[in-house]
Design a protein around this ligand. Sequence first.
Ligand code: ZN
Length: 394
Amino acid sequence: MEQGQGVLRLTPTWVPRSFCVPGRRISLHPDDYYALGGNRGGIDERWFSSTTAAGNGPLTSPNEGLSFIAFEDGGRTEKFLLRDAVAELKDQLIGARIWKEYQRWPAYSKFFDNKGPLPHHVHHRHEHAKLVGQFGKPEAYYYPPQMNNHGGDFPYTFFGLYPGVTRQQVIECMRNFEKGDNKITNLSQAHRLEPGTGWDVPPGILHAPGSLCTYEPQFASDVFAMYQSLVNDAIIPPELLWQNMPPEKKGDFDFLIEVLDWEANVDPNFAVNHFMRPKPVRSVEEMKSDGYQENWICYKSAAYSAKELTVFPGKTVTIRDAAAYGFIMVQGHGTLGVWDIETPRLIRFGQLTHDEYFVSEAAAQRGVTIKNLSKTDPIVMLKHFGPSNPDLVL
Ligand SMILES: [Zn+2]
């Protein structure tokens, strides 16, 4: 906190998924996508400002998914967990508002970089998640143009169920789960994904994320249920449907329907209600004359929010926020306060970077000064905030 004047430098947190094939758009060295061993699967996620461990099966390594802070001590770089820093510094780091309500940093973000689509799945609402000791999980997507030089195998996302679908039709699909393709996406609509835009997905809504590289702010929880049994020619095991349902509800197809927020799934205005095009945080003209542009990119949930900040070449700006946040660089280089900030083209597994930080509430409110040292290249960073950002008027 002293070294960084309230801004903590984080190290890259790579997460493998045994059921995924990496899309190779997150600047990891081509030799390192299987750095944790083939049996762990490819690395297709990088987690940001995470105090939440990855639930990755029995082979999960200690601290998987958790962000580390790096600091310099007599020429050596030392590391410790962001989770421990939050526990130690409490409101001094994340602000009294969030500490009082959660006693932890209750959100994180990630790059999700999968070559193919994911199965149609749901994250439980809180009333169903708490039956298995978990929290409901809203999530949101933004597709950074910098990370999407190709769209992967299937750059379309199914959301919900089309209007008029009946509960009986969905129950029929769930009865067929173990018979190969249960065809649940036949009851849904896919939307073409567009770099530079995003979607908001409250819990209880079915979604089958497409293969764009996705920046994904979310509430800190790992609760999910896969409702689709075959995706991209791969079978989804039934455990992934039932594992977060209470034991007495295993095999209960009516309960699977109850977990869905039915009206939200069949909403005829789904796209209008959930699609997000970036919105300027204030007058674009004023921001441009000050040397930057800042947009809300995730702004439809009270559980988290996110901004994209662009600082124009050669400019120095001071940016104030009401709440603590983490950020990841996606373009350019310069300085932020006492730190160098840059966007490495290629990162080896285990290598340190200067592209990810966490800004304490006091530092955010004081304002951080960002200098763009390039004559031609903008600085672009994505900023992830926790719940109920006071700057966000929903
Ligand atoms: Zn999801």
